[in-house]
Ligand binder design. Sequence first.
Ligand code: UN1
Length: 523
Amino acid sequence: MSAQNTGYRLNQVASDLHIDQFQREEFWPAAYIAGHARHNVSHYLAVSSPIDCVSHGHLGLACTVEVNAAVTAAHEAFLAWRTWPAPKRGLVIKAIAQQVAAQKHALARLIVLEAGKIETEACGEVQEWIDLCDFALGQSRQLHGLVIASERESHNLLEQWHPLGVVGVITAFNFPIAVWAWNAMLALICGNAVVWKPSEKTPLCALACVHLVSQVLQQHGAPVGLLSVVQGDATVGQALVQNPLVPLVSATGSTRMGQAIAPQVAARFGRSLLELGGNNALIVAPSADLSLALPAIVFSAVGTCGQRCTSLRRLIVHHSLIEQVCQQLCQIYSTLVIGDPRDAATLVGPLIDGIALQNMKNKIEEAILDGGVLLTGGQVRVGVPVGHYVQPAIIQMPRQTRVMMEETFAPLLFVLSYRTLDEAIALNNAVPQGLSSAIFTQDQREAAIFISALGSDCGLANVNVGTSGAEIGGAFGGEKATGGGRESGSDAWKNYMRRSTNTINYGAQLPLAQGVDFKIKTE
Ligand code: UN1
């Protein structure tokens, strides 16, 4: 464990971000609705950092009353906001980007303290928010519809996009800011309002974001009810999911969570946008450039302590290289600095909590019973600080067993060997999830097959790039048990709008489509 760190603490960062004003006698607000904090001192959770498990206050929990108040305020705000021309909305998003850039470092430090990720990754996460603002600003002048050739004379057939209303956003602890920002910045640019239920493990990141955005909204005369936060566990999410004034619920989290949410939203004919579990694989082909493949594998497998939905879980190596790759990976793993994420030298911070740690240990035991060989890691790191620190582990497996079918949200990498590309692709695709995948090869034929319809069945399929660390410009999401949603770049904005098809007759006749001749007597 490295010795030096700048030792910044929550009270200091909270004061840099001016959110300390919302704490009352050790209680953080249960909700922040239309610019006002709401407290609940009878129903709360302890707030602590995974770095040292020291409590720094209590988080009041919202109830259905607060959720419904936030949705009502958001709906009112939406009614006004949708009348703003999109490029004018873009100027508000531009100002948000400027504020985020000015507070980038403090926001990153809050992520470090709450999620336990290292500072460079936390800065990258805040950068995703800034990048998404830039993207949304450009999008504000490109919410294009279509003019379609009509089959009727003197007719126009148009397609327009309109905002939906209130978008409910549910996010996970591992990207406490970026994933909300992907959703919120696009939802806002499209003319919607947002009610956000963040993870109860990272409530202060949400408070900092909503405070920053609310100030910008106020400065621009935009309705401050456009963004509210309701804090709490699944019961709070449930109230959001069931509210009929929420036409779209965008949820990021486990497959189990998505399975609970989607039918409820569908039952009231709402839409869901799901970004659920991944179980990502990377293929190392015989021609792979290992000087690229090895660092990509390590970053994807141990970055964010293996707690990204895009983290690498399964490594599929050509049999001719397996010994060399395993040996070199073990050597690199032995150099990883594990410890306090505030230390500049640290590469692997803590797991989010004791449950995650126990889960990783259980999965290692199960894999060994399946015939797996633990090549390195898996030990709990004892020492100061008292967080849930673990050595990233690599297990060589004889075949793809049941334990490899589930997503273990921890730095646990399974290794398999393969002989033919078909076999490697079949292994890649043989899990329930379909988020991210990668191949390292210098053979163009192999690369092209991997990203073709006959190759990876995932939403993200990369060549000579690891499974994690996607840019915001592409559509982000995956297939199968990952939920099918696409967020962030490309045309993901369409998820936050409804399509209106308009047929306009500028002639003096009323021809019917498909040549229907419907003769009525008009005298
Ligand atoms: C997530 O883990 O939910 O591609 C999102 C990546 C990041 C986003 C991960 N840009 O790893």
